[in-house]
Design a protein. Structure first.
Length: 146
């Protein structure tokens, strides 16, 4: 049975795909409650930075440092340098990653900096990204900066 917070992140990923975007989703959880949801909105908003994790953090609004230190960031895909850096900046101690086979961000660096990472290797997260990358390689390469 899948973690309900990862399920929520996957719902966000599907929403992004349905909007014509890149299927990556994220939720920010504090004290066992989702405080914000987000999905990659770069295409939909014409944004340079609205990856799923950034969208979730933006939608959470201003939080206290103590709130971030009690949080867990769930994401369907291994976070990139930008999203990892933001997690470090705000002191998010835990990240749960749906899959990291289609893309792997700076996970070793996050671990070195004290972030606890859990890589679930969820087959649905993997299939969603594999299908998208196959169908829209140019958009995928744009999103990861290739």
């Amino acid at each position: 049975m899948r973690d309900p917070f990862l399920t929520a992140a996957l719902e966000e990923a599907r929403a992004g795909l349905a909007e014509g975007g890149i299927p990556i989703g994220s939720v920010l959880v504090i004290d066992g409650h989702i405080v914000a949801r987000g999905h990659n909105r770069r295409v939909q908003q014409g944004s340079a930075i609205l990856h799923a994790e950034m969208d979730a953090l933006e939608r959470a609004g201003r939080l206290r440092a103590a709130d971030y230190r009690r949080s867990t960031l769930y994401t369907t895909l291994s976070p990139c340098d930008m999203c990892s850096g933001t997690a470090l900046l705000y002191g998010i101690p835990r990240i749960v990653i749906g899959e990291n086979r289609t893309f792997q961000g700076p996970e070793a660096y996050l671990r070195e900096r004290g972030v606890t990472l859990t890589v679930v290797d969820d087959p649905e997260c993997f299939q969603l990204m594999t299908d998208f990358i196959s169908a829209q390689p140019e958009l995928w390469n744009e999103d990861i900066g290739d």
